[in-house]
Design a protein around this ligand. Structure first.
Ligand code: ATP
Ligand code: MG
Ligand code: MG
Ligand code: MG
Length: 483
């Protein structure tokens, strides 16, 4: 059985042999793009090349990219832990052609890699192709279909709609059809009941998308019309953890060696077993997932904070702390103790982790400690509010109560919502927003300067000046804005 490390390397080896330059992953946290906080796909770092604003140094590249999907267009946070194949942070394996090869090579090589090199059973594979959009004068992607027909029987090629099978960067710019490869990992008995093709793109946990091949061949102009793109682009992305699941004969990403060391460590530290109780299992998956996100963000010098990307990371961390607290009964800081396990499995591929081990551990522990100090009281308050609402026959708590949790106890709104959801309850969002607006107005009146995590020293330069009231020393992190 191939290990995760071997699988990652085999992808790079394969595309290196096909003339690709292997490039490093771009940072997961993006510091200089107002439109995007986190890298959410392999293509992000090549955006300027694809848009024609920068020259491609290499016409063929491949990599393994750290991605985070917790905000904006791609937000998988709600799925994480509940299902077994969406993560907040994941690795996307990808290969690109900038004005070089196109559909034929992209499809043939994807097939060669999966079937000839990795020996996946072709009977379990399905490909989707764009069905067309007559309103825009776009026909079915027969070109891609014809290439797939060399590899797959007709009933394993499935037409897909614009939502799933047409990729656009925005309202204007490069776009084109895509073909997704899906894999059916069910048992033979299950397959006999419903054919895999009927489950493709239906959120079945064992019939899942593994690889998306995007064929950028048009440019959408401001008036909405399409013209052929002068330099066509291949952009592919494959979920590394899902590929590991398929190759290691598992039915959950968390059963692969990407996650088993973390799950094992969580079980050992908490004295609980994975697989005994669905609630504990969800908690363990959430924690194993979130600790990666938090550790990699800090390694990319994005600390938890009160605004923007920092708050996204803090929310994720607090979410994990609450799961550990409620379902694993961890009343002390806990997650920072998973770091060495994470470094053991990922430190070689991502040296930024071992390099910043001490900082990462200290920041996580301090965040955990700080939140645990108020978590107990906050949960009690929320439990009381839930009980009071229930006894009044209501399934909603007030926005005021949710705001106190946010403001006094540091509960991110989505954490309150999550706990409410576990109790089949909601909250009054309108009132919450009003409370928030009122507090902002008070703050504006009270103080001239807002102090965030960052203080601007000079135009274009930022210096890290401390982390809440904790002891991360000044000057550990310095960077220049790339503006
Ligand atoms: P899905 O339909 O499963 O949500 P997607 O269509 O949103 O996936 P793409 O944007 O096409 O995903 O990304 C390329 C590949 O990255 C997918 O084929 C999948 O293997 C993987 N992937 C996408 N989202 C996640 C995630 N949250 N966690 C792990 N892997 C993911
Ligand atoms: Mg998705
Ligand atoms: Mg999809
Ligand atoms: Mg996709």
């Amino acid at each position: 059985m191939l290990t995760a490390k071997e699988i990652r390397e085999s992808f790079k080896d394969f595309f290196r042999d096909k003339g690709h330059q292997i490039v490093p992953s771009a940072p997961m946290v993006i510091k200089d793009d107002p439109t995007l906080m986190f890298t959410n796909a392999g293509m992000n770092q090549f955006k300027d090349i694809i848009l024609g604003n920068a020259a491609a140094k290499y016409k063929r590249v491949a990599d393994s990219q750290k991605c985070l999907r917790v905000s904006g267009k791609h937000n998988d946070l709600e799925e994480v832990g509940m299902d077994t194949y969406h993560h907040t942070m994941f690795e996307m394996l990808g290969n690109w052609s900038f004005g070089d090869y196109f559909k034929k090579e992209a499809i043939d090589w994807a097939w060669e890699y999966l079937v000839d090199v990795l020996k996946l059973n072709p009977e379990n594979l399905y490909a989707t192709v764009f069905e067309g959009s007559p309103a825009e004068g776009l026909g079915r992607d027969d070109e891609a279909a014809a290439i797939w027909e060399k590899h797959l029987p007709a009933d394993h090629i499935i037409n897909g709609n614009k939502h799933d099978n047409f990729w656009e960067m925005g309202d204007t710019g490069p776009c084109g059809p895509c073909s997704e490869i899906h894999i059916d990992l069910r048992s033979d008995a299950e397959k006999a009941q419903i054919p895999g093709r009927e489950l493709v793109n239906h959120d079945h946990p064992q019939v899942i998308e593994i690889w998306n091949l995007v064929f950028m061949q048009y440019n959408r102009k401001a008036d909405g019309s399409l013209e052929p793109l002068p330099a066509k682009v291949i952009d592919t992305g494959m979920g590394f953890e899902r590929l590991c699941m398929a190759l290691q004969g598992k039915t959950s990403n968390y059963d692969t060696d990407v996650f088993t060391p973390l799950i094992g460590k969580i079980a050992q530290l908490s004295g609980k077993r994975y697989g005994d109780d669905p609630k504990v299992d969800i908690a363990m998956r959430v924690i194993a997932d979130h600790v990666r996100t938090i550790a990699f963000s800090i390694a990319d010098s994005q600390l938890p904070g009160n605004a923007k990307a920092g708050y996204v990371i803090r929310r994720i961390l607090r979410r994990a702390v609450r799961y550990a607290y409620t379902f694993l009964e961890q009343k002390q800081a806990f997650m920072y103790r998973l770091l060495d396990t994470l470094i053991e499995s990922m430190g070689e591929a991502y040296p930024e982790l071992p390099k910043q081990r001490e900082l990462i551990m200290r920041v996580i522990k301090e965040e955990e400690d700080a939140f645990l100090r108020t978590l107990d009281n906050g949960i009690r308050l929320l439990d009381n509010a839930i009980a009071a609402a229930k006894s009044n026959g209501k399934n909603e708590i007030s926005g005021k109560e949710a705001f106190v949790l946010y403001d006094t106890y540091g509960f991110p709104l989505d954490l309150t919502e999550l706990i409410l959801k576990e109790n089949a309850m909601t909250l009054d969002h309108k009132e919450f927003d009003e409370e928030m607006a009122a507090q902002k107005a008070r703050a504006r009146n009270a103080a001239a300067v807002e102090t965030g995590d960052w203080v601007i020293l000079r135009d274009g330069e930022q210096e890290f000046v401390g982390y809440d009231n904790t002891s991360v020393p000044v000057n550990i992190l310095r960077y220049r804005k790339v503006k």
